[in-house]
Design a protein. Structure first.
Length: 672
């Protein structure tokens, strides 16, 4: 990474990357390794790249009253992040919003993200299942949503590259057998699978091999507990890379970054021993040609009259506690937006770009989550290890998708943590501080009586998380509200969101599956849905009460396609209307399937990096001067996929000179 001080005068880069989350970090690394000069502009702060910063985040999390995903990361009014605490359910249904994201839809968009160096992957769960081949063609196969312009086969090699970069732990043989995922012969994940929890074994013993119907007329599905791939350090697999083995990310010329998973049970939001992958691990291996500038809120993409991107305008602030800022510009041959689905759409809308199809900001998606919970007959030792180590995968696929949304079932290792706030809520209830499900406070318990009650109740807690696919719908969208602006004066995002009946029927099917599983386990079902302050996602459907939650899987606001008339970006995530402007990340996904999307995001970012490299190589290919009577021809240069070298080993000089954009840094670039 660049150690240059605050740049002075005029400076120009080959690539500007907006956002230092997972997608932006990977693009910057790939292009920096190829010799291109990359400027990464991050709206938030950079506090976790040092050990003291990591310890401060841990202390902030430990002392937070509400243990939500963003709780370790100090609020930044100059680059605000949406938070789960911004949503409040009303007593009779409906919701109220506070904070950064404005909402006017029938139902709330209950998903947060983090604007900081490292992005939302700082607080992600770390699960990395691949999408299924059929997930890329839901419109043509099942009649809803949108199809991708590429297939699973087009992305498969990039899935492998992403699994290498993230250090994925898993069992390819089990994934292939249980899900039919096609892997190349002999391929294994970089690390051995994270071991199953005791609860996983209890569930497997009760349900494996049982055939169930999720709805009347639906085909039978055979239940089977399957371990889930993770991006966290386990035991490196000696058979990886054709027997050459694997070392964790950060090991190339540097000490290994993070210990192996030791089961601290705080993966969401922060792993104390840094076993979980974050983009900071990749940034530790950035080439010196990559320059990171934090405290830089990009407010507009600048373009030439012909539609080509010129660079960006950004607002540089020194102190997150103050609104004072300076307007700066930066220029480059290619601009890459990698700032999250909502933020990418916001930037395109602010800039008035990529609007030919009318799809910018539309097709907003998430994985709506249905929770069920109950008490098992005996203790299973919850609150150990990652939040989920295994799941039930059979409902992700099959012809039933025509009638209801498919879903993936996560077996939760953390008891009732998500549905009720356990175990702290249990302590408060037994101490008589709060009531139980809206009931009056009871008599407080102390001493041995308290310990016995806590041990019996918490030790038997069990919950399931059903993550449902949501199809792309034009009505679900991101727009801007010019009358509501953040502290730097930028219009705030306005979200309109709802769930289709296709998704709601998926929830009905998911609850039927839950009922069957609870019966097989002999569990006492404590699931209850109703309106209230902690249920902003409450709604009624087919005469029943339902509550859904956001998964943090924002997607679909600049969807890719095979036509400039119906999509925002092409199959390389390059804006149809602007040939040197890319919008990368989950916002490009036309469908989300039922897998956690970060691995697919990473694969897409790596794939786009190849095309950006080819674009830059063609742009900087030298021209041989011929006599006046002879035609001018280009000297052949590297045009293959990433891995070939640019024309020169030193950073290329951009065509057209140094440009006129000033690129002073509002903060000293972080070095490594």
């Amino acid at each position: 990474m660049s150690t240059a001080p605050r740049p002075a005068g005029h400076c120009r880069y080959d690539v500007i990357v907006v956002g230092a989350g997972l997608a932006g970090t990977l693009v910057a690394k790939e292009l920096g390794d190829e010799g291109w000069r990359v400027l990464v502009l991050e709206a938030g702060t950079d506090t976790l790249s040092t050990w003291p910063g990591h310890l401060d985040a841990l202390d902030t999390y430990y002392t937070a009253t509400a243990k939500v995903p963003n709780s370790p990361y100090r609020p930044n009014p100059d680059a605000p992040s949406p938070d789960l605490l911004d949503l409040e359910g009303l007593p009779d249904g409906g919701y109220r919003t506070h904070g950064y994201l404005l909402q006017n839809g029938p139902l709330p968009y209950g998903t947060d993200y983090l604007r900081s160096n490292g992005g939302t992957t700082l607080h992600w769960l770390g699960l990395t299942p691949r999408m299924l081949p059929e997930d890329f063609a839901v419109r043509s196969t099942f009649g809803y949503g949108k199809d991708w312009p590429i297939s699973y086969a087009d992305l498969e090699a990039h899935y492998r590259a992403a699994e290498r970069e993230l250090g994925v732990a898993g069992d390819t043989a089990e994934q292939a057998e249980a899900l039919g995922l096609p892997f190349p012969a002999g391929y294994v994940y970089p690390m051995r699978e994270i071991p199953r929890s005791h609860l996983d074994h209890v569930v497997a013993a009760a349900v494996d091999g049982v055939r169930v119907k999720d709805s009347a007329g639906a085909p039978d599905t055979t239940l089977r507990v399957v371990t889930t791939p993770h991006a966290r350090n386990s035991t490196p697999n000696p058979h990886y890379d054709e027997g050459r083995g694997y070392r964790p990310v950060g090991a190339v010329g540097l000490p290994d970054y993070g210990e192996r998973c030791v089961g601290n049970a705080s993966c969401v939001p922060i792993c104390p021993v840094q076993a979980k992958y974050t983009p900071l691990k990749t940034q530790a291996r950035w080439d010196h040609r990559v320059t990171l500038v934090t405290h830089a809120v990009v407010s507009r993409v600048l373009t030439h009259d012909d539609g080509r991107a010129l660079g960006v305008e950004y607002l540089a602030y020194d102190d997150p506690a103050a609104a004072a800022h300076t307007v700066r510009t930066a220029e480059a041959d290619i601009v890459v937006l990698a700032a999250h689905a909502v933020e990418n759409a916001k930037l395109l809308l602010l800039s008035g770009l990529a609007g030919r199809s009318g799809q910018v900001g539309r097709n907003l998606m998430d994985h709506p989550v249905l929770l069920t919970w109950g008490l098992l007959p005996g203790p299973t030792g919850p609150f150990r290890g990652p939040a989920s180590t295994s799941g039930l995968e059979g409902f992700r696929t099959g012809p039933a998708r025509r009638n209801r949304a498919p879903f993936r079932v996560e077996i939760s290792n953390w008891g009732w943590n998500w549905p009720t706030g356990a175990p702290s809520s249990d302590v408060a209830r037994l101490l008589g501080i709060t009531g139980d499900s809206g009931q009056p406070r009871g008599k407080p318990l102390f001493g041995r009586e308290l310990r016995t009650a806590l041990g019996d109740g918490i030790g038997r807690q069990f919950s399931l998380q059903f993550a449902l696919e949501q199809g792309a719908e034009s009505r679900n969208r991101v727009t801007l509200d010019p009358s509501r602006r953040d502290r730097l004066g930028i219009p705030q995002p306005l979200l309109t969101y709802d769930l289709s009946d296709h998704v709601k029927r998926g929830m009905v099917a998911a609850k039927a599956v839950s009922d069957r599983i609870f019966g097989l386990l002999g569990a006492e079902d404590r699931t209850a849905y109703g309106p209230g302050p902690f249920s902003p996602g409450y709604f009624r459907f087919e005469g029943g009460d339902w509550v859904f939650h956001g998964a943090g899987h924002g997607a679909g606001t600049h969807v890719m396609g095979d036509s400039r008339d119906t999509s925002v970006v092409d199959p390389w995530q390059r804006c149809w209307d602007h040939p040197n402007l890319y919008a990368v990340g989950c916002g490009s996904m036309p469908s989300v399937g039922t897998s956690n999307p970060s691995l697919t995001l990473a694969a897409l970012a790596l794939r786009s990096s190849e095309q950006i490299h080819r674009d830059l190589t063609a742009l900087h290919r030298p021209v041989r001067v011929r006599p006046a009577h002879a035609p001018v021809t280009a000297v052949p240069g590297p045009t293959g996929p990433l891995g070939s070298s640019p024309p020169d080993t030193s950073p290329p000089t951009p065509a057209g000179g140094s440009g006129a954009g000033a690129v002073p840094s509002p903060a000293t670039p972080r070095t490594s």
